[in-house]
Design a protein around this ligand. Structure first.
Ligand code: SF4
Length: 495
């Protein structure tokens, strides 16, 4: 039996997929009897959920493990656990460089996290990494596992794992495997269950959400060969889950999912990340436009504005095609805000390539952008292009110039909100100023505003915008539109 006094902490390095996995890991550990600790120093089990997409992931992980070494020396019962993409990629390397690590698990066996922790406590260190091909799809979707969600009013829902693309800078396909979509009916059921528990906002997660369902078609064709005539209904259930009928279309599109999730009673905001520009279909844009719950925000990663660089990255679109898709989305979805990701200094990027990126960024008028200086990820095609690497100082200079262009359009877009009323969902007290509350608009803009009394996360408020900066708005509370839909968590103590 696990010791009920034992506690855990999960620290996440990385993207939203990782944060979602972390909620599942926390849920599994709590289901196994552990309780959450607030600080690393107080925890008996420390889980580091890693990501190898972001810059310096290795350095951050090994730096953190270095700090934990002294803690482990003082408290030999402490268990240190490393999971996620970097663990999947580096495998035994982690234990070689940090022998004080007790458990290493990968991206395809998140569901075994608690079991491995228990096993290691009894038998000693364990490394368990499964290949993408070995994953059991029922287990591969973390949503099927218990979760300890970080927020009560909002939830992430994984709709797809893996990626079929081959972007030259990205490690995801090799660590997460090919795309696998979760059955349509199962997803809608999960969102219904979340709404019933008081969740009013869901974010649909996948590496390439627009291709949701593509593998269900492939699977259907494969199965069709063995199917008897008249078995269509059974095939639909096997591939798409109850809730999908082939008389509508041979397989569900992402657009169908947006409409179905947006129609769930109690769900007021639907977000999604990330769609690939080459797969942004007109059906998706139409579903965004006519599903009231789908927020007026689109994250569309440009990566570069140069056709030569886009080709070298294997992105599958040109700058012109990107701008066309963007224009179609802006034309169809009223008041749409668009954010993006851009990499500067990709191997071989010339000054002319970079100028093209500046021009596309200016034309696109992004409301916000995550901009990165290229850094090679071991195991990717781009990391091999050493003789084409851009001088770091040149890349940093380009990064600053791009930031100026993006901040100019972000500030202009935010200034257009001055004087308007925004529907804001409260996230909690401002991290910078405790007299302020922070919330998010439907367009995904942060808004800070003062209140006389604290407002619970999930409260829906109407806020008038009084000031605008590049990365946030400031405002004044006009009225509370409704309290949170979920019940507050009441701490329970035994004894
Ligand atoms: S679409 Fe490209 S960048 Fe996105 S996860 Fe797939 S390979 Fe990586």
């Amino acid at each position: 039996m696990p010791d009920p006094a034992r506690s855990y902490v999960v620290r996440t390095f990385g993207c939203q997929m990782n944060e979602h996995d972390s909620e599942r890991i926390a849920g599994l550990l709590e289901a196994d009897g552990l309780r959450r600790a607030d600080e690393v120093d107080e925890a008996d089990v420390i889980v580091l959920n890693t990501c190898c997409i972001r810059e310096n992931a290795d350095n951050r992980l090994y730096g953190t493990l270095g700090h934990l070494k002294a803690l482990k020396r003082r408290r030999p019962d402490l268990q240190i656990v490393v999971g996620g993409c970097l663990a999947q990629k580096d495998r035994d390397e982690i234990r070689r460089r940090a022998p004080h690590v007790d458990v290493v698990f990968g991206t395809h066996n998140v569901g075994r996290a608690a079991e491995l922790v228990r096993w290691a406590a009894e038998h000693g260190p364990v490394v368990e990494i499964l290949e993408a091909t070995a994953r059991d799809d029922a287990e591969a979707f973390p949503s099927a596992l218990p979760a300890r969600r970080e927020t009560d009013h909002a939830a992430w829902v994984t709709i797809q794992i893996g990626c079929d693309n081959t972007c030259a800078f990205c490690i995801v396909p090799s660590v997460r495997g090919p795309e696998v979509s979760r059955p349509f009916g199962e997803l809608v059921d999960e969102v219904r269950a979340l709404a019933a528990s008081g969740v009013s906002e869901v974010t649909l997660l996948g590496q390439n959400v627009n291709s949701y369902g593509r593998d269900l078609t492939r699977g259907r064709r494969r199965l069709d060969g063995d199917a008897a005539p008249g078995d269509d209904a059974d095939l639909d259930v096997a591939l798409c889950g109850p809730g999908w009928a082939a008389d509508r279309r041979i397989r569900p599109l992402f657009a169908d999912l947006l409409r179905a999730v947006g129609a769930v009673e109690g769900i007021e905001r639907v977000r999604f990340t990330s769609p690939h520009p080459k797969d942004l279909r007109s059906e998706t844009i139409a579903a965004m436009a006519d599903t009231p719950a789908v927020c007026e925000h689109l994250h569309l990663p440009l990566q570069s504005g140069s056709d030569a660089v886009l080709a070298a990255m294997h992105r599958g679109y040109t700058a012109e095609r990107f701008l066309e898709r963007l224009a179609a989305a802006r034309a169809a979805v009223d008041d749409l805000a668009v954010s993006t990701d851009i990499i500067v200094g990709f191997p071989g990027e010339t000054e002319a390539d970079f100028t093209a990126t500046l021009e596309v960024a200016a034309e696109a008028r992004f409301e916000s952008a995550f901009t990165f200086v290229f850094s090679p990820r071991p195991g990717t095609e781009a990391a091999e292009l050493v003789d084409r690497f851009v001088d770091h100082e040149v890349a940093v200079d380009r990064y600053e110039r791009l930031r100026t262009v993006v901040e100019r359009s972000a500030l202009a877009a935010n200034r257009e909100r001055l004087g308007r009323l925004e529907e804001v969902v409260v996230e909690g007290p401002s991290k910078r100023d405790e007299r302020l509350v922070t919330g998010r608009t439907r367009r995904n803009t942060l808004v800070h505003f003062p209140t006389e009394r604290p407002l619970r996360a999930g409260t829906l408020a109407s806020v008038r915008v009084t000031d605008a900066a590049a990365h946030h708005l400031s405002g004044e509370l006009v009225e509370i539109l409704r309290p949170p839909r979920h019940r507050p968590r009441i701490p329970v103590s035994a004894g």
